[in-house]
Design a protein around this ligand. Structure first.
Ligand SMILES: [Zn+2]
Length: 707
């Protein structure tokens, strides 16, 4: 059994469907384990045309394996049922993990076609397993008898998770309720698709049409030319069309000097999906929220948020609400401070108007230039990519965990720009393989992420083979790889995920390494970001690429200060969005369908934030994450893991910072634990108490960090 994660953008798929007869003329490279070190993918022999037949063959194989488990005449045992499911699907693991690694970072028309052909088949997998009554009966028998099975703690956890996943998918419902569930699932997925399609059209149609070039004052020539071309494409010659971004705030507002245009663009964004036309999403949302509440009620949950949070660290909507509410007062104070500073800037600009949300970005940029200016060209010569990787990212890991790295040039890669390292544990034994694919390409998804080509498991005898992917600008030939500080932080972040995968020390794949909840998985990565500015680590990697000189302290101070710019705004728009998400998914099934705007206003008023000046990052009517992207009742997760990361870094500070002893403690109790226990007890075992929000408040809102 497999869950495939792309950490960073969260694409999860699973596999198994009824296909057979995909006759193989020659052995497919995925048919047997790779003979390379640690079963690294055979990029030297894999062809694009190998993936699809491998998927079909692998799904057929796993289908047979699952059928044999379900129809086994022997009484269910942990080994013949749970461990057997964990052992199944080896070929599917190999092809899926390799395919999704390449598809997301180095795609082409053949891989795109493979994805569209395979995705629907893979998505049937979950249903075919989790609604298999015979299989569930075996799992349930074991679960009910678990106290007498003499299981290890990890086995008990794996059994419980299997049982919960079956139950959560509806295995325990009565036949009548299962029929109702299937109908609701169909209705929900139809509404989600309808929402997505309406929003896409509404966003396209919501672009601002400008008649007069003077209205574009402040924008650069490149943007103005692009807007003229948009207009020509839409058969609006002589005009300009400014397309909408997915967020409430629009990047072009920063440079626009014409206030009326700013207001018009902002209002186009805010009302994009509320025009009363065919693309208005409100009726869809009201029905969808109601259908989700009904689904939760089928399972006996009071609301959809409770249904979703059952396997998350936060556990209950009340815990999430409490957490967000604790962030609000300090954020409000900071918002008011920023608003006052901006109003003062407006006055000094000779204006008399009162600040509105469409003015914020424009005048905040002036504040940034006055108070926080950081010249990237001054900074970048101190951040040479290879030096940052070896003397920063690797150095911090060696200081903390004792692990070392050696480049391997003999391991095949899917792109020549990639680097591969073997990672050694403190005793010199091999821990895993680590690939880096850092440079931007046209055929790569945006952003940065981490995942595994091979997952760690003692049951399967596998060690971690992991990759980090990013989108840094590739230098011209012969030029140094100079990157921004933001890129440096990205490297530390993604390597934090990698450490979580490298230190995995589990028997069963289901609970290995980064196979953890959405509101836990960003904890190791956000924690690792902190080492980028640790004085010892920073001094070790931030050296001028030509002279080797350390960065002048004045420049270091500017980097630190720049990171605090506009933080009241940035945190406020996230908190508002998280609150809105939770409010919608706290509706009980008994509640009538809501008036979307009235509901939203009431929910935002309750946040205690200045949501008039700092509007929610996504309004209900265009909140794609929660209505069709799998983040329903989950938008809070990034903030939650910031609390865990910042609090853990505070623990390090209290205990002497960058030491092997501290690193070992964190590795033993967090990084090597996978999902072998619940997250609350895991955190308490590490720290001796529940997570405290104070370090996050200091670090991300108040700006009162100790150093
Ligand atoms: Zn991440």
């Amino acid at each position: 059994m497999t869950r495939f994660f792309r950490i960073g953008a969260l694409v999860a798929t699973t596999a198994l469907a009824g296909l057979s007869g995909a006759a193989m003329a020659a052995p497919n490279p995925f048919a047997s384990p790779s003979t390379l070190a640690l079963q690294a993918p055979r990029f030297d022999v894999i062809h694009d045309s190998d993936y699809k037949p491998a998927f079909l063959q692998a799904m057929a194989i796993q289908k047979g394996e699952m059928r044999r488990i379900a129809s086994n005449h022997a009484a269910p045992s942990f080994d013949n049922t749970i461990a057997a499911m964990e052992r199944s699907g080896r070929m599917l693991d190999r092809v899926s993990l390799t395919f999704y690694g390449v598809y997301q970072a180095n795609t082409n028309p053949t891989l795109d076609k493979t994805q569209s052909d395979i995705a629907p088949l893979l998505s049937q997998h979950q249903d075919s397993i989790y609604l298999d009554a015979k299989l569930f009966k075996r799992v349930e028998t074991l679960y009910n008898d678990r106290a007498h099975l003499d299981l290890t703690p990890e086995q008990a956890q794996v059994l419980t998770l299997y049982y919960q996943q079956f139950v959560h998918a509806g295995a325990k419902l009565s036949p009548a309720d299962q029929i109702r569930l299937r109908a609701l699932n169909t209705q929900i997925s139809t509404l989600e698709t309808a929402f997505q399609q309406k929003l896409l059209a509404a966003t396209r149609d919501g672009a601002l049409v400008v008649d007069n070039k003077a209205a574009l004052a402040g924008l650069d020539d490149g943007s103005i030319t692009a807007f003229a071309k948009n207009a020509a494409d839409r058969k609006l010659p002589g005009k300009w069309v400014i397309p909408l971004q997915n967020t409430t705030q629009q990047p072009d507002l920063t440079d626009m000097t014409d206030r009326a245009t700013r207001e018009a663009l902002f209002k186009q964004s805010w009302t994009r999906a509320e025009k009363g036309d065919a693309n208005d999403t409100r009726a869809t949302i009201a029905t969808l929220a109601h259908a989700r509440a009904q689904k939760a009620a089928l399972f006996g949950y009071p609301d959809f948020a409770s249904y979703v949070l059952y396997d998350q660290m936060a556990d209950t909507p009340a815990a999430v609400q409490h957490f967000i509410a604790e962030l609000a007062p300090a954020t409000r104070t900071q918002q008011d401070r920023e608003a006052a500073r901006i109003q003062e800037t407006i006055r000094k600009d000779g204006q008399t108007f009162t600040l509105q949300p469409w003015d914020w970005m424009h005048y905040a940029e002036q504040v940034r230039k006055q108070d926080y200016a950081l010249d990237e060209n001054q900074v970048k010569p101190y951040f040479e990519l290879n030096t940052v990787l070896r003397d920063g990212v690797f150095f911090a890991a060696t200081q903390l965990y004792g692990i070392t790295f050696k480049q391997r040039t003999d391991i095949p890669v899917y792109n020549p720009d990639m680097m591969v390292f073997e990672v050694f544990d403190k005793d010199g034994s091999t821990l895993g393989l680590m690939y880096f694919d850092y440079f931007k390409r046209d055929n790569k998804n945006g952003g940065a992420w981490m995942s595994n080509f091979v997952g760690q498991s003692r049951l399967l005898g596998t060690k971690p083979v992991i990759y980090n992917v990013a989108n840094f600008a590739k230098p011209a030939a012969g030029q140094p790889d100079l990157i921004s500080f933001e890129d440096v932080v990205t490297m530390f972040h993604e390597f934090g995920h990698a450490l979580h995968g490298l230190f995995a020390n589990q028997t069963y794949p289901m609970v290995s390494g980064t196979q953890v909840a959405r509101d836990f998985v960003e904890f190791p990565s956000q924690f690792n970001e902190h080492w980028a500015l640790d004085p010892t680590v920073f001094a070790h990697y931030a050296r001028h690429y030509k002279t080797g000189a350390a960065m002048p302290q004045a420049l270091v101070d500017k980097i630190k200060k720049a990171a605090t710019f506009n933080r009241g705004y940035n945190m406020g728009e996230l908190i508002a969005a998280a609150q809105l998400d939770m409010a919608w998914h706290a509706l009980p099934a008994s509640a009538p369908q809501q008036d979307v705007d009235a509901f939203e206003k009431a929910a935002l008023d309750k946040t205690g934030l200045n949501t008039a000046l700092v509007p929610t990052r996504y309004r209900t009517s265009y909140f794609l994450h929660i209505w069709s992207n799998g983040y329903s009742a989950g938008y809070y997760a990034y903030l939650w893991t910031q609390m865990l990361a910042d609090d853990s870094f505070a623990w390090f500070r209290e205990h002497g910072g960058l030491t092997r002893e501290n690193g070992q403690h964190f590795r033993d109790l967090i990084l090597s634990q996978g999902h072998t226990q619940d997250y609350g007890p895991m955190f308490r075992a590490f720290y001796g108490k529940d997570p405290d929000i104070t370090p996050m408040l200091n670090h991300r809102i108040l700006g009162t960090d100790p150093n």
